[in-house]
Design a protein around this ligand. Structure first.
Ligand code: SF4
Length: 317
C-alpha cells in the first residue's frame, strides 16, 4: 500500500524509524499502554497513529528540584524501545538540567523560549522547598517561583517520582519540601509517585494524553487509576505465604526466601501500585522479587510516616 507522505502519522513513524524505533516497537509500546489503561487492544493501532502524529512535535520541559536525579536515571535504563529514546530524542525535550547538552546562558535561553511559545508538557522531578527559597535556587530565582512560571503556560504538569508528588524523602528534612500539587493549586497535575519514577508509567501517561487529548482518569491523589488501582498485596507472588502465615524472619535461610516479608517491614498492604504485576525495566525485577520489603514509595505518606523501612512497629513479633 502506498504511504501518504504528507500524513502526520506517517511523518511521525518515519521520524521514529530514523531514530531506531520501528513501527512494530512503537505499536508494542502503545499496546502495553492500552493494556495498562484497560482499553480494548484493538485500539492500539489508533493510539499509535494518533500519538505518532504528535510525538515528535510536543515540547517537553523537565525541571529538577530537591531530589537525587534518580528519576532521570531510572528513565535511562528502561524498555526497548526505551522511553529515554522517546523522551530524549523524539519528544522535543527543550530543557533538562542534567541531560541536555547546552549549559548556562544557552540552556536558560532554551527554557525561556519554550515558555514563550507555550503548549508544552512540564515534567517536574524532585520536591519544592517552601520553608526558605534559598534551599533551592536556579539563576538566583527560587525553584518554587520557576515552577509556577513554567506551569502557567503548560498544557499539564507531570510530577515524576515521590518527591515531586508529595515531598518524598526530602519532606522528612527541614526544607519544607512540598509536592507540585501543593504549590500549584489550580494547575492540571498528574502524579506518578514511586522512588524513582516508573518509566513505563511516565511514557504511558504521555502516550495516553497525546492520543486522547486529555489526561487519563486519576484517583483522589491525582495518580492514574490504571497504574494505582490495586495494592501491591493484591498481586504479590508471596501472598499465598501470607495467607498461610509463612513469614520470613531470616534472610539467610534459603528455605524461606519466598515467604511473606510482612515482618520485615513490608508496606504492600497499604500501598497502591502495579509493581508486582508489571515488573520494572521490561519485567526484570521489582523490590519484592529481590527480597526487599515494599517501602510504600507510591503513597503520599512516604517516607517519614512509613519509616523505618525494615520494621513494622505495630506488627513485629
Ligand atoms: Fe503482602 Fe508484602 Fe507479604 Fe507481599 S510481601 S504478601 S505485599 S505483606
Amino acid at each position: 500500500m502506498k504511504k501518504d507522505k504528507g500524513n502526520p502519522a506517517e511523518m511521525g513513524y518515519r521520524q521514529l524509524e530514523n531514530r531506531g524505533i520501528s513501527r512494530r516497537d512503537f505499536l508494542k509500546l502503545c499496546s502495553a499502554t492500552c493494556l495498562a489503561f484497560g482499553l480494548d487492544l484493538n485500539l492500539a493501532p489508533k493510539m499509535a497513529e494518533a500519538a505518532a502524529a504528535k510525538i515528535t512535535k510536543k515540547p517537553v520541559i523537565w525541571m529538577q528540584g530537591q531530589g537525587c536525579t534518580g528519576c532521570s536515571t531510572s528513565l535511562l535504563s528502561s524498555l526497548n524501545p526505551g522511553p529515554e529514546k522517546i523522551l530524549l530524542e523524539l519528544l522535543s525535550v527543550r530543557f533538562h538540567p542534567t541531560l541536555m547538552a547546552a549549559a548556562g546562558e544557552q540552556a536558560v535561553q532554551s527554557w525561556e523560549q519554550c515558555l514563550e511559545e507555550g503548549n508544552y508538557i512540564l515534567i517536574v522531578e524532585g520536591s519544592i522547598p517552601t520553608a526558605d527559597p534559598r534551599f533551592c535556587t536556579v539563576e538566583g530565582h527560587s525553584f518554587e517561583e520557576l515552577v509556577k512560571k513554567a506551569a502557567a503556560k503548560a498544557e499539564f504538569v507531570i510530577a515524576a517520582g515521590s518527591c515531586a508528588c508529595y515531598g518524598g524523602i526530602p519532606r522528612a528534612g527541614i526544607t519544607g519540601a512540598a509536592g507540585v500539587q501543593d504549590v500549584l493549586k489550580n494547575a492540571k497535575v498528574l502524579n506518578l509517585p514511586s522512588c524513582p519514577v516508573k518509566p513505563d508509567r511516565l511514557i504511558g501517561s504521555i502516550l495516553y494524553y497525546l492520543s486522547h487529548n486529555e489526561l487519563p482518569r486519576l484517583d483522589q491523589d491525582k495518580r492514574p487509576v490504571a497504574y494505582y488501582r490495586y495494592t501491591l498485596h493484591d498481586s504479590c507472588f508471596r501472598r499465598l505465604h501470607y495467607e498461610k502465615g509463612h513469614f520470613l524472619t531470616d534472610w539467610n535461610n534459603p528455605e524461606t526466601q519466598d515467604w511473606c516479608l510482612y515482618y520485615k517491614g513490608c508496606k504492600g498492604k497499604e500501598t497502591f501500585t502495579n509493581c508486582a504485576s508489571y515488573w520494572w525495566n521490561d519485567g526484570v525485577s521489582f523490590c519484592g522479587a529481590v527480597g526487599s520489603p515494599c517501602s510504600g514509595c507510591s503513597e503520599p505518606k512516604f517516607y517519614d510516616e512509613l519509616a523505618p523501612l525494615f520494621s513494622n512497629p505495630q506488627e513485629v513479633k
